[in-house]
Design a protein around this ligand. Structure first.
Ligand code: SF4
Ligand code: SF4
Length: 67
């Protein structure tokens, strides 16, 4: 697990906010930036991310990869 980080493909994000709630260290924020589908997407702060995988298991739209 050491050094693992979450990577988000925000082109798949629907802005539901579930991952923002799921992250134990508040590493994910909702932005007002729109993706090509017109959804306000999230952003991950890699410095805060501890690689726990909660965002990966929570997101219904397969936005995350943790590696
Ligand atoms: S892997 Fe864990 S710490 Fe990192 S962004 Fe996802 S929920 Fe937050
Ligand atoms: S759970 Fe997935 S779809 Fe919902 S805001 Fe987070 S990344 Fe976007």
């Amino acid at each position: 697990m050491a050094g693992r980080k979450a990577y988000a493909d925000v082109s798949l994000c629907k802005g539901c906010g579930l991952c923002v709630e799921a992250c134990p260290v508040q590493a994910i924020v909702q932005t007002t930036q729109l993706n090509e589908k017109g959804y306000e997407v999230i952003q991950v702060d890699a410095d805060k991310c501890i690689g726990c995988g909660s965002c990966y298991t929570t997101c219904p739209d397969y936005v995350y990869e943790v590696r």
